[in-house]
Design a protein around this ligand. Structure first.
Ligand code: XMP
Length: 512
């Protein structure tokens, strides 16, 4: 059985960050709701448990708690922030409101290194964010560290292997946070590590082989990272019995079809076919200007084309999807309530049930950065695994107003220039997305001695961590100048370029 850590989610925004840190240390972990029963924990047989932070106060009525029997199971536990206060309360200590609270950077003074702070300095930069504190320790616990504002900033019961830290070791501002987590996992809990992408591939290939047997799998290949890695993994497991279908909807960027075909027919050959459905999509979009209608139409035509292709392939048993871990975590709402909403993922969403596919989702345990590492480990080209996200409805949501062949041509030419210039810029790796948008506005210009009345293009370049929030990129003026000059000169039909300086929120990344 795979070595596993469970992270009990008390609604902290950094819960996923804890999980990523643990995995970066080579230990597999899963996020579970805070009210998981002791029985379920026993079935999962974790080597350690981490209690996340959370926005509530343990002193409030109905604040999220946990099955206290879990603390009697001889499993090492680390409570972080709210998690430490909960340990304090459940084990018989006293938790009080902290007058004024403690937010932001603080200096941690280690009083007793114990295993948790072994081999670390006794003054550490940490990041705090708490309104309560542990005033009196539970029996059997010792204070391991304090700050000026918090006399129990870390506590431990070495015999029971239960520890609590008031600060957040998972954030980068706690400079030695990763070492503290490493100490907990390896010294306290005795983890052996070894969760690697190579190991994951071996396990997952075996699992896919067993699930699929001698059946056949269809996989919608969009050219994005998730579907590409899904297809590559299936290819490793079942070879030709994986049928990757790449639908050319006519809404792709310049050279994209050729690029995807080069990747998957030559560089990393797998059983893929391109379905040319350009006319079908563009015909369905005639006269449509409303963004949501565009999306609906594109989604529906995709399903028609994909279903038809699947039928044409003969007997297909499974549909593979690139669902990722953040989409399947039962998340706890920010108020701390156990809302347990599971987001459904719709890569190839809404396929009719009568097709009778069973679903396989080989990436459902992974975070995005792990998917990229998996892709690299499988041998996919670096520029494929590091690709920027591209929306399913493609250029249709970057042409504001009606989508026509002529406007697609103009946008493709402008967008290609943005891609080229951005890729040549040294700051490109910091960019989340960079693209052009064609506006439904014409403006007056002058070229040579001629008056022009032509299109306006916007350039959108953003930085982001997860697309939930984003900021416009502060590009150097000479790069902006080059983008503008080249688009006006080379993308015929554009005589004015504007740069989008809106952040998300209140704007969104895409214009539609
Ligand atoms: P917004 O515009 O909502 O975009 O800030 C957030 C991220 O999602 C992408 N996006 C889409 N992806 N289908 C997709 O597959 C869509 O309809 C869609 N709309 C936006 C967008 O490119 C950004 O990465």
């Amino acid at each position: 059985m795979r070595e596993k850590v469970l992270i009990l989610d008390f609604g902290s925004q950094t819960c996923q960050l804890i999980a990523r840190r643990v995995r970066e240390l080579g230990v597999y972990c899963e996020i579970v709701p805070h009210d998981i029963s002791a029985d379920k924990v026993s079935q999962a047989a974790p080597v350690a448990i981490i209690l996340s932070g959370g926005p509530a106060s343990v002193r409030a009525d109905e604040s999220p708690s946990m099955d206290a029997a879990i603390l009697e199971m001889d499993i090492p536990v680390l409570g972080i922030c709210y998690g430490m206060q909960l340990l304090g309360q459940l084990l018989g200590g006293v938790v009080e409101k902290h007058t004024g609270g403690e937010y932001g950077p603080a200096t941690l003074l280690v009083d007793k290194p114990d295993e948790l702070f072994a081999d670390l300095e006794n003054r550490l930069d940490v990041w705090m964010s708490h309104g309560d504190l542990v005033r009196e320790l539970p029996d059997g616990f010792e204070t391991l560290a304090h700050t000026d504002d918090c006399h129990v900033a870390a506590m431990g019961n070495a015999g029971k292997k239960i520890y609590g830290v008031q600060f957040h070791p998972e954030v980068v501002h706690t400079t030695r946070g990763k070492e503290i987590l490493r100490n907990f996992l390896f010294r306290v809990a005795g983890c052996s590590g070894g969760w690697t992408m190579a190991g994951f591939i071996a396990e997952e290939v075996a699992r896919i082989k067993e699930t699929v047997g001698d059946g056949h799998v269809i996989c919608g290949l969009s050219g994005g990272v998730d579907s590409s890695v899904t297809a590559a993994l299936l290819n490793r497991a079942i070879g030709e019995r994986m049928h990757a279908v790449f639908v050319d909807n006519g809404l792709l960027r310049a050279g994209e079809v050729e690029q995807i075909e080069r990747y998957f027919q030559h560089d990393f050959p797998l059983n893929m076919q391109t379905v040319d459905a350009r006319k079908e999509f563009l015909d369905a979009l005639v006269g449509v200007t409303d963004p949501e209608r565009k999306r609906k139409i594109i989604g529906k035509v995709f399903i028609d084309v994909f279903s038809r292709t699947a039928k044409g392939l003969g007997k297909i048993d499974f549909l593979a999807q690139g669902t990722l871990y953040p989409d399947v975590i039962e998340s706890v709402s920010a108020s701390g309530g156990p809302s347990a909403t599971i987001k459904s993922h719709h890569n190839v969403g809404g396929l009719p049930d009568e097709l009778g596919f069973k679903l396989i989702e080989p990436l459902r345990e992974l975070f995005k950065d792990e998917v990229r590492r998996l892709g690299a480990e499988l041998g996919l080209p670096a520029n494929l695994v590091n690709r920027q996200p591209f929306p399913g409805p493609g250029l249709a949501v970057r042409i504001i107003g009606e989508v026509t062949e002529e406007r697609l041509e103009i946008l493709r030419a402008a967008d290609l220039i943005v891609q080229q210039e951005m890729e040549n810029w040294e700051g490109y790796d910091e960019i989340w997305q960079s693209f052009a948008v064609l506006l439904p506005v014409k403006s007056v210009g002058v070229m040579g001695d001629e008056r022009t009345y032509a299109n306006v293009a916007a350039v959108r370049v953003v930085t982001s961590l997860d697309a939930m929030t984003a900021d416009w990129a502060r590009l150097p003026h000479d790069l902006l100048g080059r983008l503008s000059a080249r688009i006006i000169n080379e993308a015929h039909g554009v005589n004015r370029v504007v740069y989008d300086i809106s952040s998300k929120p209140p704007s969104t990344i895409e214009w539609e």
